[in-house]
Design a protein around this ligand. Structure first.
Ligand SMILES: [Zn+2]
Length: 687
């Protein structure tokens, strides 16, 4: 078994019912083949059913309480409550399976596995692997240049008679030109009620801030001289049909020639100057981002060019760094040369899809991304005798946060026509995923186990409840205004809801603590009581499904350890507090907060992190997917519940290596294809 090879393909936000639906309908033949010949399991994520929590549990076998990355905002013991960090490998307190494997002489390759950065592998290869939407590899987010903006997030340009150009080719209509400015809004990444969005700074200042993060940004360059020039020509006498893009007004120095029939440019590379300290998910990245100048690449797409030259729309992708994202560091140019520039998964819905509902461009980008993964797999497989290969595509989570509710007939804004359109989007995204699975299968051969895995599902939401209001009513939480800005009045606050979790303002824990140790249990009881008392007046239904007191029952939920809060709350669907939780509550005027005591319509489309792992509604569920197929896997039913912590020990067993040190999961013996004798032998080695 020394030659055991396992490829693990992670797909964020994929839930089992979606896979079953399209497998049944025949849309995903490769995945269907894996289901038929291998093992397809519903897998429970661990609460909080979030992205960092579960991608890390999958590869450490440790529960969230144990590994410490309980969400996108990790609160470190001893710090004030408003100081939070984005998790990365440095705060993860559990050992990764790849580090155990490397110690045992196995070669591991990681591509875009969430929270595997900074790299811990010494001999293996790590490509990227921060959290979704992280600004580290993006020099700038994408934008739409247009003569007729349809949305304030689009960048307005003007088409005028071209002047002072050199080497202009013959054009049947007078050449026109426009400036495509570069605006470096590097950390302009926000979580909104419809998911992650990249938004230009000026626009963010202009939009009502109640539902958005307010992050301070340093706008580095809105300097039009640092942009590109577009020269618009008529080559066929049938009106304007071609756009030449160049850095200087010289058509011979074009970096791209865009035509209607060939709208995409190749990768355009350039050097960019910036200096931004970025925030991410409202928390600081505990690392200064590198200063420019940095090399970057992007593509352009001609979206619209009218024959008479009055309309021009060009989409520019994010600008990605051409190095910095790989370890060993010196491999960047080799990868770019042989596979193509590394760019992030589509965990952000591209701006052109947000502003113009342009899903074709989204699919084109997704296909390109999937192809890059297949090429990377091919390249590294030829070059190295690897044992464990982890890669992750971040697709469905973005779709869920942006679209899921539209599929739910119970939701107040449901329309059959819109639902049909949205199902088509999911189907196409799944087809692209399936093509990738097919390519990986072809490239793998008979000796490789293939694992397709996700971290959680999602449920539609449409009712907004903020648990803080009921704490305010009970005198457990108080706000005050200081210089017109809302602050938590810590001197009169005994408990504060943060992100799915509630902290007791303990004297010996926080610099602002007021609760004595002997009052602790009473405060906890009051909070639990307050939450369970919340009912929806419209339906009589209780708002919270479960409230977990970590000191009592936390251990049964994987919620015990030094990073956990005092209380975790889990909503019944369709209730949510995403619209206002995570920092945003302090952006609201006090009168708006008080209004939240009445259940309101939520702008949030879907959620996963504050629902229970087994939550279901119609065809939606919070469950993750575990699909395994290959020479060491046998088809069998698994009668016990399977959790995200069970993947790592099962892989360890397959590869005859010890468990990661903090592993709490179990081996899924029933699906392993080895003789009984070997099993006994292996369990001796593996344990
Ligand atoms: Zn996720």
């Amino acid at each position: 078994m020394e030659k055991t090879k396992t490829l693990v393909l992670g797909i964020d936000g994929l839930w089992p019912e979606l896979v079953e639906k399209y497998a049944r309908e025949g849309a995903i033949p490769n995945i269907a083949k894996l289901i038929e010949k291998g093992v397809f399991l519903r897998m429970f994520p661990l609460p909080p059913c979030d992205t960092p929590t579960n991608w890390i549990s999958l590869v450490t076998g440790a529960t969230p309480g144990k590994h410490g990355a309980l969400g996108f905002n990790v609160h470190l013991p001893g710090y004030p409550l408003d100081r939070v960090l984005v998790p990365d490998t440095r705060i993860v307190e559990a050992e990764f399976i790849w580090d155990v494997a490397e110690r045992k002489g196995l070669l591991c390759i990681l591509v875009n596995w969430p929270f595997s950065w900074p790299p811990t592998l010494k001999k293996g290869i790590t490509i990227a692997g921060t959290g979704p939407g992280d600004p580290r590899w993006r020099i700038e987010y994408g934008c739409v240049y247009t003569t007729h903006p349809q949305d304030p997030r689009e960048v307005g340009i003007k088409l005028v008679r071209a002047g002072n150009w050199k080497n202009v080719p013959e054009s049947y209509s007078p050449p026109l030109e426009a400036v495509l400015p570069l605006r470096l809004t590097r950390s302009a990444f926000v979580w909104t009620e419809s998911g992650w969005e990249s938004v230009a700074t000026e626009v963010r200042e202009a939009t009502p801030m109640s539902m958005r993060y307010r992050e301070r940004l340093e706008l580095v360059s809105a300097d039009t001289s640092k942009g590109y020039y577009a020269l618009v020509l008529d080559f066929t006498r049938q009106g304007y049909d071609t756009v030449i893009v160049a850095k200087q007004k010289d058509a011979r120095k074009a970096v791209a020639i865009l035509k209607r029939e060939k709208p995409w440019s190749d990768w355009i590379s350039d050097v960019f100057d910036f200096k931004v300290v970025a925030k991410y998910h409202g928390a600081e990245i505990d690392e200064s981002l590198p200063l420019g100048p940095l090399k970057g690449v992007f593509k352009l797409k001609l979206v619209e060019l009218s024959a008479n030259g009055d309309k021009l729309t060009i989409f520019r992708t994010d600008i990605f760094r051409t190095d910095g994202w790989i370890s060993p560091e010196n491999m960047a140019s080799e990868v770019v040369e042989n596979i193509g520039p590394y760019c992030e998964g589509l965990e952000l819905i591209p701006i052109i899809t947000l502003t113009r509902n342009d899903w074709n461009t989204y699919f084109e980008l997704l296909r390109e991304q999937a192809n890059w993964f297949a090429k990377a797999y091919k390249y590294f497989s030829k070059k190295y005798e690897w044992n464990l290969f982890f890669m992750q595509l971040h697709i469905f989570d973005a779709l869920n946060h942006f679209l899921l509710r539209k599929l739910c007939p119970e939701s107040p804004d449901y329309s059959e026509e819109e639902a049909k359109r949205v199902w088509k989007i999911y189907e196409e995204a799944l087809r692209i995923t399936d093509d990738l699975v097919g390519k990986l299968l072809d490239l793998s051969g008979e000796d490789t186990n293939i694992v397709v895995v996700s971290d959680h599902g999602a449920l539609p939401t449409w009712k907004l409840v903020w648990p803080g209001t009921v704490l305010m009513e009970r005198g457990l939480l108080q706000f005050k205004e200081v210089n017109g800005k809302l602050e938590i009045d810590w001197e009169h606050t005994k408990a504060f809801p943060w992100v799915m979790d509630i902290w007791v303002n303990l004297k010996d824990r926080f610099p602002h603590g007021i609760v004595d140790e002997d009052e602790y249990e009473k405060v906890v009881e009051e909070v639990v009581d307050a939450l369970y008392s919340l009912h929806d007046p419209e339906t009589g239904k209780r708002v919270f499904a479960t409230v977990v007191v970590t000191k009592k029952e936390g251990v049964f939920f994987g919620l015990s350890g030094k990073y956990v809060a005092d209380i975790y709350y889990f909503f019944n669907p369709p209730y949510t507090d995403i619209d206002v939780h995570r920092h945003k509550i302090l952006e609201l005027p006090l009168r708006e907060i008080k209004k939240l005591s009445v259940i309101q319509y939520s702008k949030t489309i879907a959620a996963h992190d504050h629902y229970l792992p087994n939550e279901k509604m119609e065809i939606f569920s919070n469950a993750a997917v575990l699909l395994m197929y290959g020479p060491n896997i046998r088809k069998a039913s698994v009668e016990k519940p399977v959790y995200t912590i069970d993947l790592a020990p099962t892989l360890c067993f397959l590869h005859s290596i010890p468990f990661p040190a903090q592993c709490e999961g179990k081996i899924l013996f029933e699906i392993i294809n080895i003789s009984e004798k070997e099993q006994k032998q292996k369990s001796g080695e593996a344990g």
